[in-house]
Structure formats: structure tokens, C-alpha cells
Design a protein around this ligand. Structure first.
Ligand code: SF4
Length: 326
């Protein structure tokens, strides 16, 4: 029996290079080894974006297209939309009743988001329960593992605590601790050197046209110490060089040479990188076009994913009801 992995993304906008190297590359490996459930968590998107909910539907389709174009394979993995499996909300409701308020109020991510995000009103009952829905997502499928980065460890710990509390209350070892699959992903900053984020508009999207990619890369921040063309650069301090490392590692040696010896200027270096990136994304964009043009096939994939996910979810929920109500 293969172990089960659950992973998710919120459909809040176009996928960018950060998603590709931070999650999708890893998912491609995981789907060879595990039974993977890849979920488009639209209720989670709604919790934070309830004022702009009209976009969520389009974003779901775009996200499914991006996943498929990147090679997430519905023959190997279950690809589905959270809101199409209502059992997520039922288990969320049950967990909401057993989760102490203090656990949620103390959650560092919750506190940070309330502090940092000023463009949306997140002081809602629903948003406080965001990690409770995450726990429901994971435990509904009795997932053995969840791929996460170091910064998400508190989330998985809360999922474990909620599962353990349920077990303790009903005196049954039903939910097991999900393991955190800590994944080392290359750190890719945004084009301006800040954290890559949709809200900073500092990312290359997987769907960007070659012209758009060129213009974004042209404006990328480089080594701040290299002011004149004749100044030798410091590649290890340059964001463009770190992009070369991820998307065109075969060119790294040349870049190092021309940069440290001031043989090429930054604009030329960036344009060479833009061409390499366009080439790297070409197969994904080609597949993107095919899926975009075949909405019925994408919808079929999501419907099939719903059926397969719901089969597992219903069984778990049936057992949960038996445990609670006898
Ligand atoms: Fe960065 Fe390339 Fe300029 Fe060197 S030449 S500082 S690697 S953009």
C-alpha cells in the first residue's frame, strides 16, 4: 500500500515561478512514490478573499490548467476542488467544536497576517478557523504526510493536536499524526529582491508571454555594487544569478566569468537569461494552451478527482459520526 500525501494551493491568482520551484517540482516527484491528493482549496481562498470572491471561480480553472501543464498527472494523483467535496466543511464544523479558542488565537501565522495584511479585513470568525479547515483537509483523507516548508511546521502541529484531541475526547485512536515532509526548495526571491508574492507583483507567471517575460526580467534588480559596465560584479549577491542557478544551471559558469570579469553588462546578462527562461517554460506553455482550449477535459479531470476524493472522505466521515454519536 502506498502512503497518502495531501497537498493544496489556494486559487488566488496566476501561478508563478515560485509555485513551480517551491511546490510543483516536488509534487512531480511525490506523485511517483505516494498516492497524492492535490486539492484546490477554494474555501481557504474565500476565507481571506471573501470581498473579491468573483475571481475565485476563474482562478480554479487557471490553477487546474497550470497543474496539468506542469505534469501533475490525473492517472497518478487525485486532483480536485475542495468545495466540490462538502465533507471538508462537515469535518471542519466538527473540529471547530473541539478546538480550544486559545490554540487558534495563539497561532503565529494568524497573528502575523492580522498585523501584515492591511488591504483586507481578516478579523472574522471564519479566518480564525483557517487552520481548523486545514486539519479537516488533511485528516479527512488520513494523510500520512504533508509536504511543507520549515515555516509551515506550526500548521501541521496544530493538525496533529486537533486529531489527538478528538482521539482523547472519544477515547479512540482514530486519527494518526501526519508526518511533515520537509522539502528543501531553492529559495527564489521576487524580481525586486523582496519575497516573491502576487501582492508585490514581482513574479514571472507561468502563463506570461515571451514579451512579458523579457520586460519583467529586464527590470530585475541585480548586484547593487555593480554600477558601471566596467565594474566587476558579484554573482553570489545578484538575484539574476540565483535565477540562472535554478532555470539555466548549465550557463552558471559562463555567467560567473563574464560577471566577475566585467565582460558583459547586466542588461545583456538579463536578456540571455530571459531567453533561457522562455525556453524552459515553452513546453509548459504549449501544454497550457492545449488544456486551455479543452475546458471539457479539464472539467472532466476535476469531476473524476471529486468522485475519487469523495469516496474516501465519505468513508472517514461515516466513521467519525459513528465515533461521535455511537
Ligand atoms: Fe547579475 Fe549578470 Fe549583472 Fe552579474 S552580470 S551582476 S550576474 S545581472
Amino acid at each position: 500500500m502506498k502512503k497518502t500525501v495531501f497537498s493544496a494551493m489556494r486559487p488566488t491568482g496566476k501561478l508563478h515561478l515560485g509555485h513551480l520551484v517551491g511546490a510543483l517540482h516536488n509534487w512531480l516527484k511525490l506523485q511517483e512514490e505516494y498516492t497524492c491528493l492535490f486539492c484546490i482549496v477554494d474555501w481557504h481562498a474565500y476565507m481571506g478573499e471573501y470581498e473579491y470572491s468573483r475571481d475565485i471561480q476563474d482562478n480554479i480553472f487557471e490553477m487546474a490548467v497550470d497543474w496539468l501543464a506542469c505534469g501533475i498527472d490525473p492517472e497518478k494523483s487525485i486532483i480536485f476542488v475542495q468545495s466540490q467535496v462538502p465533507e471538508h466543511l462537515i469535518l471542519h464544523m466538527i473540529f471547530s467544536c473541539v478546538t480550544p479558542l486559545g490554540w487558534l488565537e495563539r497561532n503565529p501565522t494568524y497573528k502575523e497576517q492580522l498585523r501584515e495584511i492591511k488591504t483586507r479585513d481578516l478579523q472574522t470568525y471564519g479566518f480564525l478557523g483557517y487552520p481548523v479547515l486545514q486539519a479537516a483537509d488533511i485528516l479527512l483523507y488520513k494523510a500520512n504526510a504533508v509536504p511543507i516548508g520549515e515555516d509551515q511546521l506550526p500548521h501541521i502541529e496544530l493538525t496533529r493536536e486537533i486529531g489527538r484531541r478528538f482521539n482523547h475526547l472519544y477515547k479512540k485512536e482514530f486519527f494518526h499524526d501526519a508526518e511533515a515532509l520537509l522539502t528543501e526548495t531553492p529559495r527564489l526571491l521576487g524580481l525586486d529582491g523582496r519575497k516573491m508574492s502576487k501582492s508585490y507583483q514581482n513574479a514571472v507567471n507561468l502563463s506570461d508571454s515571451p514579451e512579458n517575460i523579457k520586460s519583467k526580467i529586464k527590470n530585475m534588480f541585480t548586484d547593487p555594487k555593480r554600477i558601471r559596465l566596467s565594474d566587476p560584479g558579484h554573482p553570489e549577491e545578484c538575484n539574476v544569478y540565483s535565477y540562472y542557478s535554478v532555470f539555466a544551471p548549465e550557463k552558471k559558469e559562463d555567467v560567473y566569468q563574464w560577471c566577475t570579469k566585467a565582460q558583459k553588462g547586466c542588461t545583456e546578462c538579463k536578456m540571455i537569461f530571459a531567453e533561457a527562461l522562455i525556453k524552459h517554460l515553452a513546453p509548459i506553455q504549449q501544454k497550457r494552451k492545449e488544456f486551455e482550449g479543452n475546458k471539457a477535459r479539464v472539467q472532466e479531470t476535476l469531476n473524476d478527482g471529486q468522485t475519487r476524493a469523495q469516496r474516501i472522505a465519505r468513508e472517514t466521515l461515516h466513521e467519525v459520526r459513528e465515533i461521535i454519536f455511537g
